[in-house]
Each structure stands twice: as C-alpha cells, then as structure tokens.
Design a protein around this ligand. Sequence first.
Ligand SMILES: C[S@@+](CC[C@H](N)C(=O)[O-])C[C@H]1O[C@@H](n2cnc3c(N)ncnc32)[C@H](O)[C@@H]1O
Length: 358
Amino acid sequence: LAGIYKNVIGTDTSLEQLEFAPKLPNVRYQQTSPVISMGELEQTVSTQSSVDLVYIAQAMHWFDLPAFYQQVKWVLKKPHGVIAAWCYTVPEVNDSVDSVFNPFYTVDSDPYWEPQRKLVDDKFMTIDFPFEPVEGTDNTGPFKFVAEKMMDLDDYFTYIRSWSAYQTAKAKGVELLRDDKYTKTSSIQHLMEAKIREVFESVGSFFSGGDHIPWCDRDIINGCEREAAEAAEGDSEELKRDTIMRLSWALVHSKQSEDVQRGIAMLEASLANSSPPLLDREKIYLLAVGYYRSGEYSRSRQLVDQCLEIAPDWRQALDLKKTLEDRVAKDGVIGIGITATAVGLIAGGIAAALARKK
Ligand SMILES: C[S@@+](CC[C@H](N)C(=O)[O-])C[C@H]1O[C@@H](n2cnc3c(N)ncnc32)[C@H](O)[C@@H]1O
C-alpha cells in the first residue's frame, strides 16, 4: 500500500505487532483500543470522509463488526471509498505433511481457538459484509488466491507458535507442539525434508525469489517517477524529499537491474547531503536492499550492520541480514542439495472481499 498511496496509517491494538511492521516514510503506525470511540478515531486515525481505502489483513474476524463498519462508513470518502479485507487459512504443503497437520489443527488445537476463527475457516464466505460490490456482484468477493512462501522447519513451527490458539493453550499449561509428537521424532520433519528435495528439483529459482523482500512493478515505479517530477517543480522541500524516498524505495525493489542501479545512485547521492537521521536510516536500509538485489552481498551486509547499529531491533534489517547470511551460505551449496530442514510451504485458501461503501 505504501507504494500506491501517498499516506498510509497502519493500526493495531498491539504495540508489539506494530513494532514488527516495516518502517516506511509514508506510513504512520497507530496503536488503537479494541473498541475505539468516534472521538478517538477522529483524533488518532482519521477525520470524516478522508480515507480512500480501509484495508484489513487477517484481522477482521476479531472486530466488533457492526461498530467497525459504522466507523468505516464514517471515515471513507464518498462515494468512491473502498473497504477491502482478506484472510489466509491454514498452510498446505503436500498430502503427506497435510495429513499430519490437519488433525493437529482440527483436533489438537481446536479447543483453544476463539469462536470467531470459524469465519477464517469459512474463508470469510459467511462474514457479514454490508457493502456494495465495486463493479457489480460478479466482482465482489470472497475471491480465492494463493500465496506461496518458502520456510524452513523452524519457521514453520514459529508460525504455529504465533497462533493465538497455541498461546492460549500454553497459558493453560498445554504444549500443543509436544516434542515427542511433533518437533523431534515426528514424521512431519521427515516428510518436510523429503518435500524440500522435491521443491528444489522443481523450483530452480529459490535464490531469486525465496526471500521476504517485496518486488515493485513498473506501474508503481512510473507513478513514483511522476510524483517526484511534479514535486521537483514545487516549493515544498518536504514533499520533494518524500517523493524521492518513495521513488528510491520503488527502484531498489524493481525486477530490472537498471532500476536498482538507479535507485542505488539516487540513494548514494542523497546520503551525501545531510538529512534528518531517521531518513538517513531508511536510506541506508534501502541501499542495503539495492546492493543485495544486485548481488553485492558484502556491501549490503556492511550497510545492514550500520542499520542495526542505529536500531538493533529493527525487524526489517534483521530479516535482510538473515536473508544475506542464508544466501551466502546457500550459494556455496547450490547443486549438491539444500539444507535438509528447508521446506516449501504453500499457504492456500485465501479469501478476499472488495466492495464499495454503500
Ligand atoms: C494475524 S494478525 C495480522 C496482523 C497484520 N494485519 C498483518 O497482516 O500482518 C491479527 C491482528 O489483529 C489485531 N487485533 C485483534 N483485535 C483487534 C481490534 N479489535 N482492533 C484492531 N486490531 C486488532 C491483533 O493485535 C493482531 O495483530
């Protein structure tokens, strides 16, 4: 969203979750109360009829929907404001792994899920969504789409440990991922190890697509170019700086190596001029992404280390550092089989709904 919209406000009730979110120049994060008054909404999030898009990722099932929808209608611009929501269901790997996972999900963990989880299991098909479709009923959701993600076995268990059900069980003294049953001697480990060989035989491009760093497409880059060109003609230094940052962000995330090189050159040039330290920090991180994408891992690593000196808990920089370490380690073993614990994880069954406000 940060690549498409001028200003983004990301809200969550959990400060901890917000700290995980990527820091971007045009995104402001705001912690909110679980039930937020109109006054708080206006003061901390946005004013009446001021928002183009309300977007909810894997969270709408937790909300008090009637109250939330009333507030959505209040903040959205009239008549073209849009609400879009999506959720992802449980991961699918392959029949063998899924046959171990499914009883774990539907039996072991079932008592610890909140009743609202059913809306996600139903892929949002049954969620109340009182809005008009954007382009007629054929075009409203929920739609299904697939997101693929590479994870190693540790990542897979970390994902399960992040479930609210896992945490609830733990608070009640129940360890759902018992060592004897799942994490140590379990068949799931062997099944996943087998799966990784399969994945690597069929997906030769792990090393170009297996990280968490997003790609930016041509439309977004063009939009950022236009925006920066317009700002360059105006008087606002702040706007010039913001648009250049967005363009740099888009360029270093591009699939085209010429764009990445241009992004690097822009960032190097703008770092040479002094700017607020917070923005410098973002530039150093973006430069690290640019060098990573152009295969200059040791330069990228130096910059990531610089980021982590400034902010040791910076999640994005920590992720990039791990990605770089993995890349360097794995580049040396291409062709002789990959680390035995890596696994191809396909998260499927995602539902989405998109509608224009009534
Ligand atoms: C699965 S996480 C998704 C987080 C984020 N939207 C994302 O896509 O990464 C669900 C989030 O919903 C948040 N949440 C739960 N109840 C909420 C409420 N009433 N208002 C706002 N956020 C809430 C939780 O704190 C949690 O961060």
